[in-house]
Design a protein around this ligand. Structure first.
Ligand code: FAD
Ligand code: NAD
Length: 402
């Protein structure tokens, strides 16, 4: 081992950024050489991406330069894309180089789950990054701009299909349904011509969530013109149309794919044993059988023993894991072997529905409407506070609560 152990953190999302800033706040950076690798020189908040995707927020609000939060005198930052992890050689292959490590933290986030459904890759958009949501927003605007330029008007131009009514799908539909009246006004289009379908395979939207809150969300979104197709799996996406399992087809030039996620394929391709691309980690967040590699965030799978099912991959869990992971790294570089166990502390779930509307459960309390929306903004600001303190909240936070 080098004089100073080398810690390499892959991915500057919720898990990676918080692990880096936790280490930076301690004395760990003096005892170890810490390197954070990310494919962009900015960190973006994945949990806000449905807003710039629909165009209700500018994408710059969701991102910040990494070196504005991470002190590069204490943590090395490498802007590069990870290609492969060579576990046996303790080496990370990047597009433009390679890095050796003594301890590795993998926080590379997720990829859309397509379930191998034909045409999804080729003909749909995913809400995954600043680049992907900028494309969605531009495409939506282009559809509105195109409509009145067509010689023969075709309805599919103004038909938007959102595949999957989980939290991402519902939050996006909420934003889109708020944006459409504005777009109709700007492009001289009758609102009645615009169709938004939320298509869900399960017997309800937001499967597993509180029924009363789901009903509230669906009624609200329907009142804004969203049409739900529930219990209706999508079986194929073609250029300009979506084929449903019940035989129906929807002609649409825009399909947004939000049917869940899987772990970053780099992990599977690097030879780790995965379930839907995620590694079932030990209670200390290390890879089974490995003393040197931690996996956190959407790439990690942890089981909720009470129901014997995986915890859903969330920022809430990724942030909590960064605390355990950074504590364990600090212990390792101090020569200790006893590791902290990760115990998720689920505070609740709040989902925005666009405008000043949201639904959620916090503790035992159900929240609707404006109060839920205000709580959602507090949650968003809390993360900024944990990451960069009050200055970051004031710079990037959501400060209009009602
Ligand atoms: P991410 O935050 O996605 O970060 C991964 C990082 O790795 C990114 O910076 C990426 O650029 C980088 N990266 C990827 N590949 C490479 C590579 N090859 N080389 C270098 N860098 C790479 N969860 C909640 O708890 N609450 C919410 O309200 C919520 N809302 C959401 C809303 C939306 C629209 C979406 C899509 C998700 C939402 N989630 C929410 C889920 C949450 O965003 C994820 O669980 C969380 O982002 C996972 O954090 P992470 O650190 O694992 O990955
Ligand atoms: P998800 O797995 O929660 O939901 C995907 C939905 O797509 C499911 O309802 C599923 O039944 C449906 N589906 C699957 N195949 C389909 C098909 N062929 N046709 C139609 N529908 C299909 O995934 P997500 O919404 O992408 O969320 C990913 C993770 O991020 C989850 O853990 C979620 O909890 C989290 N998240 C949280 C929030 C929040 O807390 N506000 C917001 C967004 C995402």
């Amino acid at each position: 081992m080098n004089k100073k152990p080398r810690i390499v953190i892959l991915g500057a999302g919720y898990g990676g950024m918080m692990t880096a800033t936790r280490l930076q706040k301690s004395t760990a950076y003096r005892d170890a050489e810490i390197t954070l690798v990310n494919k962009h020189n900015y960190h973006y908040q994945t949990t806000w991406l449905h807003e710039p995707a629909a165009g209700t927020m500018h994408h710059d609000r969701t991102r910040m330069k990494i070196d504005s939060v991470v002190d590069t005198n204490k943590i090395n930052f490498v802007k590069d894309s990870v290609v492969e992890i060579k576990r046996d050689e303790k080496k990370v292959i990047l597009e433009d180089g390679e890095l050796d490590y003594d301890y590795l933290v993998i926080g590379l986030g997720s990829e859309p789950e397509t379930f191998g459904i034909p045409g999804v890759e080729e003909h749909s958009f995913a809400i995954r990054s600043v680049n992907s949501v900028r494309l969605i927003r531009e495409h939506i605007e282009y559809m509105f701009a195109s409509y009145n330029k067509q010689d023969e008007k075709s309805d599919d131009v103004l038909t938007f299909v959102v595949a999957g009514a989980g939290f991402t799908g519902i939050e996006f539909v909420g934003e889109l349904s708020e944006r459409i009246p504005e777009l109709c006004k700007e492009y001289d289009i009758d609102r009645e011509l615009v169709k938004v379908y939320s298509v869900e395979a399960a017997p309800t939207a937001l499967p597993g969530f509180d029924e009363e809150l789901v009903e509230y969300a669906m009624n609200l979104l329907e009142s804004r013109g969203v049409e739900f197709k529930i219990n209706t799996p999508i079986k194929e996406v073609q250029d300009g149309r979506v084929l449903l399992a019940d035989g129906e087809e929807i002609k649409a030039q825009t399909v947004i794919w939000t049917t869940g996620i899987r772990g970053n394929s780099i992990i599977e391709n690097s030879g780790y044993e995965t379930m839907r691309g995620r590694v079932k980690v030990e209670s200390d967040l290390r890879v089974p059988g490995s003393d040197d590699t931690f996996i956190i965030g959407d790439c990690a799978l942890i089981i909720n023993e009470e129901i014997n099912r995986p915890y859903p991959p969330t920022a809430q869990i990724a942030i909590q894991q960064s605390y355990t992971c950074s504590n364990n790294l600090k212990a390792l570089i101090a020569g200790k072997t006893e590791m902290e166990e990760f115990k998720p502390d689920i505070k609740g779930t709040v989902a925005s529905l666009g405008g000043k509307e949201a639904i959620g459960i916090v503790g035992e309390r159900k929240l609707y409407g404006n109060s839920a929306s205000a709580v959602k903004k507090i949650i968003d600001n809390r993360y900024l506070f944990l990451l960069g303190g009050m200055p970051l909240v004031l710079k990037k936070g959501k400060l209009k609560f009602f």
